[in-house]
Design a protein around this ligand. Structure first.
Ligand code: DC
Length: 235
């Protein structure tokens, strides 16, 4: 079967990774969570006091950037790839609210974006990939056959994220999570380099009032139609 590239972008906590994982599984494609890569660099920067403390040291981070080793390793039991930072599994550590609070700052840095975008383009060379993030349809794979831009109200998104953090045992308030979601939206869409924006040819998908099953059915049908069409075009 002809393979395509699927780019899923959108605001934070719109459920991009849930749908991307489901699609990748159904199509037998590779799933890549690019947010995990920005989060892992952020964790590294926090561990080394380059951000998150009283004084920021972006120069120090940039001097160490080339030595950071990021790797996705597939976990068969979980059914998705986990993020490794310099050989250590950091899948859980990169999902804390502390990392969420610092990640937009790190994602603004051009050198960080250049390094991660190059890695992401390389991962998608063979197609057969579902990648989610903020600049996938605009910068990483502008030629992706299927581009989706996910939205939902800030309240709904913050509530989903709040429940996720509570389920993990993190002590957070709804207001704190909502503030983080809104401030990340703002920084992500107003930054100078590769701001979050809907690619002209992306399908806008608002899932505020949509169940997971309906969302999956719709997306899967989009994908199958495009795969069918590109098969025909190739003949
Ligand atoms: O998808 P996420 O919430 O885990 O992403 C974390 C942050 O990383 C998000 O606030 C913005 C940034 N990001 C980005 O700038 N570009 C991407 N392709 C993916 C994430």
């Amino acid at each position: 079967m002809k393979k395509i590239t699927i780019a899923i972008d959108g605001y934070s906590s719109t459920g991009k990774s849930t749908i991307a994982k489901q699609l990748a599984k159904a199509l037998g494609y590779v799933y890549v969570d690019t947010g995990a890569m920005y989060r892992a660099i952020t964790l590294f920067a926090m561990q080394n006091n380059f951000v998150g403390g009283a004084e920021e040291n972006i120069k120090g981070l940039l001097e160490n950037l080339a030595s950071i080793k990021l790797k996705f390793s597939y976990n068969k039991a979980l059914g998705f790839s986990e993020m490794y930072l310099n050989g250590e599994n950091v899948e859980k550590d990169i999902r804390t609210l502390e990392v969420s609070k610092n990640v937009s700052r790190i994602a603004e840095i051009q050198e960080v974006r250049e390094m991660l975008v190059a890695m992401q383009k390389d991962m998608g060379k063979e197609k057969g990939i579902v990648m989610d993030g903020r600049d996938i349809g605009t910068v990483v794979f502008p030629d992706a056959e299927l581009k989706v831009f996910m939205t939902a109200s800030a309240d709904k998104r913050a509530y989903r994220r709040y429940k996720e953090l509570l389920d993990r045992g993190d002590e957070v308030s709804f207001e704190e999570v909502l503030k983080n979601v809104e401030s990340r939206d703002y920084i992500d869409s107003h930054r100078e380099h590769s701001p979050l924006q809907k690619s002209e040819d992306a399908i806008e998908f608002d899932n505020s009032d949509m169940g997971l099953e309906e969302q999956f059915d719709r997306m899967y049908n989009f994908a199958l139609r495009i795969i069918e069409k590109s098969k025909k075009d190739a003949n």
